[in-house]
Design a protein around this ligand. Structure first.
Ligand SMILES: Nc1ncnc2c1ncn2[C@@H]1O[C@H](COP(=O)(O)OP(=O)(O)O)[C@@H](O)[C@H]1O
Ligand SMILES: [Mg+2]
Length: 234
C-alpha cells in the first residue's frame, strides 16, 4: 500500500457567479483520504457536496486550492493527461445515474473501457473487457439483465449498473454522489452493502450524502458546513 493519500485536497475554494453576486460555496476545504479508506462527507442540501465531488473527480476546476490524486497534482497536468486520469483513476457514481438510454446494460458498463481504449487496440481487448464488464455486472446482481435498457431497470438496478460502470476501468478511487438518495431505504441499504463489498476488496471510496445513517457505515465522516470541513478527529 502506498504511503501517500489516495486523495488530498488543500484549501479548495469555489464560487458561482449569480448575477452581480458571488456565491461562495467552498471556502477552503482540506482533507485527505488514505488508500483503502471509506470516507463520507455529510452536509445539508445546498452545502456544496456535489460541487466538492466534481472538483475531486476532475469534472470541474477550483478557483483556488489543490486536488492531488495518488500524489499527482491535477492542475499541473495537460488537458490530455487530466482527461486520461479522470478516465482511468476515478470512478464517478452520479446522483441521477446518467446512464445511456440507447445502450443496453452490458454496453453501458463497457463504455468507460471503450473511451479508455484506442480504436486500434479495441478489437484485441474487446473480449477481455466484455468479460470484465460481465463479471462486474454479476457482482452487482445484474447478470440476468445484460440486454435490458436502463429504462427497463428499477432504481436500485440502475444504481448498481452505475457502480459497475464506475468500476470498469479499475479506478483507484470511487466517488459517489448521494448513491442512495433516490432509493427507498431497503434498496438504499443494498447499495450501501455493494459499496462496503467494494471497499473490503480494497477500493478507496469517497461518498457525499445528506443522510447521516449512510455516513455511519463509513470509516470516517467529515462534515461540510459553511463551505468548510469540520472533523474533530482530523
Ligand atoms: N452551476 C452553478 N451555478 C450557480 N450556482 C450553483 C451551481 N451549482 C451549484 N450551485 C449552488 O451552489 C450551492 C451548492 O450546490 P451543490 O454543490 O449542488 O450542493 P449539494 O450537493 O450539497 O446539495 C447551492 O446553493 C447551489 O444552488
Ligand atoms: Mg448534490
Amino acid at each position: 500500500m502506498s504511503s501517500q493519500p489516495a486523495i488530498l485536497v488543500e484549501g479548495l475554494c469555489k464560487s458561482y457567479r449569480l448575477g452581480r453576486q458571488d456565491l461562495h460555496v467552498l471556502r477552503g476545504v482540506s482533507f485527505s483520504v488514505a488508500p483503502g479508506e471509506f470516507v463520507a462527507v455529510v452536509g445539508a442540501s445546498g452545502s456544496g457536496k456535489s460541487t466538492l465531488l466534481h472538483l475531486v473527480g476532475l469534472l470541474d476546476r477550483p478557483d483556488r486550492g489543490q486536488v492531488i490524486l495518488d500524489g499527482r497534482d491535477a492542475a499541473a497536468l495537460s488537458a490530455m493527461r487530466r482527461n486520461d486520469m479522470r478516465c482511468r483513476e476515478v470512478g464517478f457514481v452520479f446522483q441521477f445515474y446518467h446512464l445511456f438510454t440507447e445502450l443496453n446494460v452490458l454496453d453501458n458498463a463497457l463504455l468507460p473501457a471503450r473511451v479508455g481504449t484506442s480504436l486500434i487496440a479495441w478489437p484485441s481487448r474487446r473480449g477481455t473487457l466484455r468479460r470484465r464488464a460481465r463479471g462486474l455486472l454479476e457482482q452487482m446482481g445484474l447478470q440476468g439483465r445484460l440486454k435490458h435498457r436502463p429504462s427497463e431497470l428499477s432504481g436500485g438496478e440502475r444504481q448498481r449498473l452505475a457502480i459497475a460502470r464506475a468500476l470498469m476501468n479499475e479506478p483507484k478511487i470511487l466517488l459517489a454522489d448521494e448513491p442512495t438518495g433516490n432509493l427507498d431505504s431497503g434498496t438504499g441499504r443494498k447499495i450501501l452493502n455493494v459499496l462496503e463489498d467494494c471497499n473490503r476488496r480494497g477500493q478507496t471510496i469517497l461518498v457525499v450524502t445528506h443522510d447521516a445513517s449512510i455516513a455511519a457505515e463509513a470509516h470516517r465522516t467529515l462534515h461540510l458546513t459553511d463551505g468548510r470541513i469540520t472533523d474533530p478527529k482530523r
